[in-house]
Design a protein around this ligand. Sequence first.
Ligand code: DGJ
Length: 728
Amino acid sequence: MSIQFHEQTGIFSLETAHTLYQMKTDKTGVLLHLYYGKKTGGSMDYLLRFTDRGFSGNPYELSGNRGYSLDTLPQEYSGNGVGDFRLPSVQVLSENGSRSADLRFAGYAVQKGRAPLEGLPFVREAEDTETLTVTLRDSVIGLDVQLQYHVFPSQDVIVRSARLINTGSRKLRVEKAASACVDFLYGDFDVIHFHGRHCMERMPQRGALPRGITVFGSRRGMSSHHSNPFVILCDRHATENTGDCYGCMLMYSGNHAEEMEVDQAGATRLVAGIHPDGFSWTLAPGEAFQTPEALLSCSGDGLNGLSRHYHDIIRQQVISPRWQHARRPVLINSWEAAYFDFDAEKILRFARAASEMGMEMLVLDDGWFGKRDDDCAGLGDWVVNEKKLGCTMKELSDRIHDLGLQFGLWFEPEMVNEDSGLFRSHPDWALTDPDRKPMLARNQLVLDMSRQDVVDYLFDAMCAVLDHAKIEYVKWDFNRSIANCYSHALPAERQGEVAHRFMLGTYQLLERLLSRYPDLMIEGCSGGGGRFDAGMLYYCPQIWCSDDTDAVERLEIQRGTSYGYPVSAMGSHVSAAPNHQTGRVVPLKTRGIVAQSGTFGYELNPEKLSDAEKKEISGQIEDAHRYAGLIAHGDYYRLNELDDGKDYSAWMFAAKDGSEALVNLVLTHVRANGPFPYVRLQGLVPDASYRLEGTDRTYAGAALMYGGFSFPPAWGDYPAHQLHFVRI
Ligand code: DGJ
């Protein structure tokens, strides 16, 4: 049993393989958080200190006891306006104008497994999953909050969410509903968050968490390039392989906030969920609101240890079982090869060359539908432009399949151009403010996915294309942030629901398409990695990591992404040199090694390749097949510390059973008479021997891990090394 309740002490204990999570319902019915961290054994309520702090008041029923304050004690899910002045987890407006919420314990239930969430992505049940539901109640306003805890012992993950139910007889308006709140009694933390921009996503920034409130998040209607819904709190001295680290990842693709507060006594609160700015949700009596899930994890083995927990839970319980073990096809994408300028004959020439080199799928990107020869028109009109192609989509797909390749197609379902048949017939289907000109971005508007008629239209339009031709893959793009988030189908008082209803509509469309086409692989994309989150990963086993395909830039982007997400989810392609985003020239070998640490593919015009390059690419594809299992399912380790100022970037994969390892190193700055790049390997069996493939040299696992390995001097721009060690 990973969940236990001790009646006498009121303590709930949630245990995973290496961690313990404890909370306690006390005599007042307040649910106090006790501990989250490495397993300890026993109860942790000795950590609670009751003290009288000035300006931290006391609950009315304890007014004789100045040592008990909601403001100083660790809360499991903080209320609002009744004495805890720190970050609230919930804010609910009652009909009388009060925003107070005082939550007290009202019961609990434990079950094996977990129930699926309706309409939202969720972490799929594992064999050993158990669920605790704790009900907190504010009987004055008629609000129940059901806190859900799904324990995943093997992956060291606890998944949390909250369900708010209006049990009263009057309307409530939910203005904030966090997915999780975690109070840490002690600890001086560093916080790491993942900021960025288009073409430079998920840049880790680490710094000491200051006193007061720190907030990260997105109000762009999408999880965003700018702030990923994932934060890490870690010991100030934590490194990649040592120290305690805590992660909180939201399984959500819309507006989100990760709020942290270090209080008057140095205790830290983390509250994460849908961004409260602009959010409100009306709950009629009897109605419920379900928050997205938050994946919490803790590791005593540094940042690499924490990443491995997230990699495992995403690979094993988030990605659809359909794709968990399937090797992903090596694809060629037409975007950087042709942009909007193609017809079927050109695409077929690409396909022929790609097939000769060993590629397995051709993806036709933007431009095949409506009046779409640039990014000014056509979005919304998902009808094949046969005039441009010179044939039907079925004919093109059949001929591509005749060449031995699978076929994929680009869509951007949630968008519309003003210059489109769809917008002309349904202008009210776009999100626009009444009486105001909308913000344009890439010349497009956003469809109102909160409307069922819009979702139904998109479903039918996409099915018409997918039914007509054999299509194994869809690239699902999303190329702007949402402004003018106003639905013409909802009344004024419900406009605060639009952003979340938008996400529910998108998730519904994904769900319906996947139920109808269970073998369809959908690759997520949002101008690269603008919606790289666990919500999209539930539907899409891989997500295009960035529109920046420069291998040197990708070293940083893929490394940053790896803190929370496995490489098997990162769309990564070899593109042309000079690179189209930076003009940088990187050797083909290096471009191959970087793209291989992702879902491998190509994004270049194969007609422009020399014979020597084609031969090298065939070799890269053979290597990608050879290492596919190790890269997709092995343990991933970053071998550099964050911002260590080294002239190289190094990372490795180790088979979970220690049978092989693949070490990659790219020199980002070659220096005259420079030091030898040096790394210590991870994840090997210390007393086993390993042979370096291609040589007769053998090394003890312990030697490679403790003594390390140094690389010979290199020459030129951005050289790379790849070493494969096999246990003998
Ligand atoms: C943005 C994507 O990230 C690109 O790969 C490409 O699909 C373009 N959109 C097409 O418009």
